[in-house]
Ligand binder design. Structure first.
Ligand code: FE
Ligand code: FE
Ligand code: ZN
Length: 305
């Protein structure tokens, strides 16, 4: 097994299907990737093209991408923590069930999910709602795994501490169907000190268990620790910093865990609002070189000009 499994968020379009996503990942020099099976902010989904999926699997095999490391992200409008509007709550449950089926059709068995926002109900009730909803979605022993993402604590988000995630998992009937996605920007913003990552990882292991860690989102943060903001920054340009992120990416205990970049796209000039471009090729190069590129943004701009 390869030690460093690194990739980024990529797009998925109906025209190109999974094949387009694989091609995009390969263009970044990645050996894994993550994508939404449609627009993240809505629930419009079209049928999956079997031919494109088969071609995608073949291309992955040829290029050493293990499908086991590829991740689907559930759309963030799914909210399992609030049940005030029962229609919406049930819609979220049914939609997540469909997303699991779509992922299976694509051959992917890990789906990252934001636990949800309680929107005034309080964390305890939010957690109970998430448990109810997940038990409805995960009603059999076998099937894809939902990876609960650790959240920054923006607004009324649930799942901002390891304890909250653990409480959700413990309420589930089929706990083998749930794992965790650790997001570095989110845990920084939630109040975990990434200057001492060994301590954070030890805490994760004691509270949730390292065996439950399925994947990681590697992002720098625009905000200081405990800011509860959730604004991602490019690698090495935020408050977590290049050295801390490298320690995490190359940590002995995290070998073989898929690591996904969700860092912001870059505009060609500072402040320009027209088009933005993916930073992932240059960020992955920098990570593989284990050396901060002081001209990261300029290099990205030159590449796309
Ligand atoms: Fe996420
Ligand atoms: Fe994330
Ligand atoms: Zn985020």
């Amino acid at each position: 097994m390869e030690d460093l499994i690194i990739g980024s968020h990529v797009s998925y379009t109906n025209n190109d299907g999974l094949l387009g996503s694989v091609k995009e990942a390969l263009s970044y020099g990645a050996n894994t990737f993550m994508f939404y099976t449609g627009a993240p902010q809505n629930t419009i989904r079209s049928a999956i093209d079997k031919d494109l999926t088969l071609k995608a699997h073949k291309l992955m095999k040829e290029n050493g991408i293990d499908i086991k490391n590829v991740i689907v992200h559930a759309p963030y409008i799914i909210n399992l923590a609030n049940n005030k509007d029962l229609d919406k709550f049930n819609f979220s449950i049914n939609f997540l069930k469909q997303e699991l089926k779509r992922s299976e059709e694509l051959g992917i068995d890990k789906i990252v999910l934001h636990p949800g926002s309680h929107v005034g109900l309080g964390t305890d009730e939010g957690i109970q709602n998430i448990i109810t909803a997940l038990n409805a979605v995960l009603d059999t022993e076998e099937g894809p795994i939902i990876c609960l993402e650790t959240m920054a604590g923006k607004g009324t988000e649930v799942g901002t501490t390891f304890e909250e995630i653990k409480e959700i998992i413990e309420g589930l009937k089929y706990q083998n169907r749930v794992m965790v996605c650790l997001d570095t920007c989110h845990i920084n913003d939630a109040g975990y000190n990434l200057n001492d990552f060994d301590k954070v990882l030890k805490e994760f292991d004691e509270v949730i268990g390292l065996n439950k860690l399925a994947c990681m989102h590697i992002n720098d943060s625009k905000n200081v620790m405990a800011a509860h903001k959730d604004r991602h920054e490019n690698i090495g340009l935020g408050t977590i910093g290049f050295d801390n992120l490298m320690k995490i990416i190359y940590h002995d205990k995290l070998k073989g865990i898929p690591k996904i970049l969700e860092t912001p796209y870059i505009s060609l000039e500072d402040g320009a609002k027209d088009r933005t471009y993916p930073p992932y090729k240059q960020e992955i190069e920098m990570i593989k070189a284990k050396k901060m590129n002081p001209n990261l943004l300029d290099d990205i701009r030159t590449y796309f000009k």
